[in-house]
Write a new protein. Sequence first.
Length: 415
Amino acid sequence: MSEVREKAALAKKAAQAMNRLTTEQKNEALLMMADALVTNSASIIEANARDLERGRAGGTPASMLDRLALNDQRIEAIAQGLREIVELPDPTGRIIEEATRPNGLVIRKLSVPIGVIGIVYEARPNVTVDAAGLCLKTGNSVVLRGGSAALESNRRIIEVMHEALSRSALPPEALQLIESSDRSSVDEMLKLNGLLDVIIPRGGRSLIQNVVQNATVPVIETGEGVCHTYVDDVADPAMAEAIAINAKVQRPSVCNSMETLLVHERFAGAHLAALAARLQELGVELRGCPKSRMLVPGMGEAAETDWGTEYNDLILSVKVVSGLDEALDHIRLYGTSHSECIVTENTERAERFLAEIDAAAVYHNASTRFTDGFEFGYGAEIGISTQKLHARGPMGLPALTSTKFIIHGNGQIRG
């Protein structure tokens, strides 16, 4: 039996035992995991250093190394994410609906775990812990397949969490890591119907498309983030600058960072040069349309491919538009239904933008960087779904549940 099938089978068996655990038992296990991560931070950082060294030797971009890197502060933040999950209500076991039928049947709709969740992701070891915490809190088993760039980090993190789980009521087998870095291990996961109940991909376009196009197991699609900020002609200049800088610079390697800045031509004539200068001072490479390049000499030229590119880096496409209609058209053409923002003091235009943009998160006068499970009050997130079925936007605990009907009778038969 292959590693993938063997570990998925162990996870499925553990999922049956998870149904018997109380919220208190699950919370206790998560707290033990959080404490263990902090206690063992030195060995985790040591393993992470080996991943970073291999990445630098292989020419991994600095922005991707940043996503991979761990230190004491990041490990403490990851552990705190588990503690915050403990504080959140357990969404399983809730009666969502209840009705008594004329024939006396009492029908209750109950929230339940999905079962066994497979997660395929890239070089972000924090995802290993976030995914484990969310899945285990909701009574699900989880099979993780991280990117090879973070293998040493993920292996040590799982070892630490397994040791903690062995001292809890929660079966350690409910948490599995696929260590094979061969792409065939992903391909095998995608076909494990009967062992995995759902697959969730987290990563770039090629990874997500491979999962969506080839999986026979149901998929919750988390999409790439070609996110836009549209600055209207009646935007407050100071606010527009603060939002644009935060959306691009605060952490450019993540999916909710801004990749394209759309600027109303009147605002651009008065303020684009100053805004561009601030962005360039902060290390942002600008690639613009002809109108924006006329206003900002020295700005690079944007190719057609730039408008649809998720850079995950300090690179920004800039386009001057005639107004809201052109901004909406551009976003509809190039957006990925992730996160979009309008900066304006005009309430009517803001409401139109919020209503007409089809995305998981749409903002008025706030940075797209807030599309995040922590910021939405969900604790850690399993991913940001850009699809419309089952879950959309930052996926916290409720997104990892399903439902079943519980029916009580007293001898009814159907005529």
